[in-house]
Design a protein around this ligand. Structure first.
Ligand code: COA
Length: 339
């Protein structure tokens, strides 16, 4: 046999052996996947079964308590009551790593695909990627509005900016719904805020290029510029929180204490707040300017009033939610200090 062919045959034999190994590993992988999906189903059904039985047992306990039990029975019943109280939390913790049914919005947008992450690491990874996505898009929007404000004044470029804004906010609503499914504590208002902002940018997109549009254009572009700048600061703060929280969870990564995290968060927040509140009042200013414009006799466009309303809703929601978040953080900070 020619030496060239012998080499080929040897190489082929080696490849065949590797292929057999690969097939075996893949078979094992499929078997484990099957086992995992069976375990997931069994855990989910056990949890719902446990919940049902727990409800029945707690009814019985309440009944027994009301019929005046002896001292010893009373002690046992109290112990059971205390355990019953802690069970729902433990079920929720278990459910955090089990597949869930999607809510209405995700079912409509994505269909019935599983979006639950099975480990904390992948949850952090997704959130990290979400913050990066926000930052990159915000920088792009900042550059775009800068260009439109200072250098070029074409209606079609403004339309591209508004289209980008619509797309950005719509994408955020999907990503945030996935984060919420995975246990994120994002307040409902911020998600609603992104729906309102998407709608507002959509309305701006349809505003015809008339006299009134030209009057409001610069104010809107300056506001967009400022908002992108504040969002960059906010992204920096929020990814800082995420990074420190992850380090707290892992510990070996960075020597960080809970107090260290708290004080960093507090410093970041007090730096950010004046910029945020200034942005909120700019929204109010936009809304007042548009309401005034809507009263002009030559105002025929419905977009003026609609944008004014959107800015007002944004101002009220942003301002009240930010104040509530700060109050809540101040309260928990003073509670921790007094402990
Ligand atoms: N958008 C998206 N997610 C937000 C959010 C926002 N505006 N504000 C908070 N979250 C998320 C956090 O990342 C956190 O998620 P996690 O549970 O997955 O970790 C969760 O909601 C709870 O956050 P919370 O502790 O309440 O607040 P925070 O310390 O992360 O942020 C603020 C506090 C005030 C800085 C933040 O809410 C904020 O930036 N608000 C102002 C937004 C605004 O007004 N924008 C317009 C500017 S003109």
């Amino acid at each position: 046999m020619a030496t060239g062919l012998t080499n080929v045959l040897e190489e082929w034999k080696c490849l065949e052996e590797d292929y057999q190994q690969l097939q075996e590993t893949h078979r094992l992988y499929l078997q484990k996947l099957d086992e995992i999906s069976k375990l997931q189903k069994s855990c989910s059904s056990s949890i719902s079964n446990q919940r049902k039985r727990l409800k029945e047992v707690s009814h019985c306990v309440i009944k027994k308590c009301s019929t005046g039990p002896s001292d010893e029975d009373d002690k046992t019943l109290e112990e059971i009551k205390a355990k019953i109280k802690t069970r729902p939390n433990s079920f929720s913790e278990m459910e955090a790593c089990l597949p869930k049914k999607n809510g209405l919005y995700l079912s409509l947008v994505l269909g019935n695909v599983n979006v639950t992450f099975l480990s904390k690491q992948s949850k952090f990874g997704y959130k990290d990627e979400y913050e990066k996505f926000k930052l990159y898009l915000t920088v792009l929007l900042l550059l775009f509005s800068f260009m439109c404000y200072f250098f070029v004044s074409y209606r079609f470029l403004d339309a591209i900016l508004n289209f980008l804004l619509v797309w950005y906010y719509c994408t955020l609503t999907i990503r945030e719904s996935i984060l919420i499914t995975n246990g994120s504590r994002i307040k409902g208002w911020w998600v609603f805020h992104h729906y309102v902002s998407a709608f507002l940018s959509g309305v701006m997109l349809t505003w015809p290029d008339g006299n009134l549009y030209k009057i409001f254009r610069n104010q809107f572009l300056a506001y967009s510029l400022y908002q992108s700048f504040v969002q960059c600061l906010q992204c920096y703060y929020q990814s800082g929180c995420l990074y420190r929280l992850r380090a707290l969870g892992e510990r070996h990564n960075m020597d960080l204490t809970v107090e260290g995290f708290q004080s960093w968060m507090w410093k970041g927040l007090t730096f950010l707040l004046p910029f945020l509140f200034f942005g909120h009042f700019w929204q109010l200013f936009n809304s007042v300017s548009l309401f005034r414009m809507a009263q002009l006799p030559d105002c025929k466009e419905w977009q003026v009033l609609m944008c004014g309303l959107c800015f007002l809703v944004l101002f009220m929601g942003n301002f009240s939610t930010t104040v509530a978040v700060v109050r809540q953080k101040m309260k928990s900070r003073s509670q921790k200090k007094s402990l």
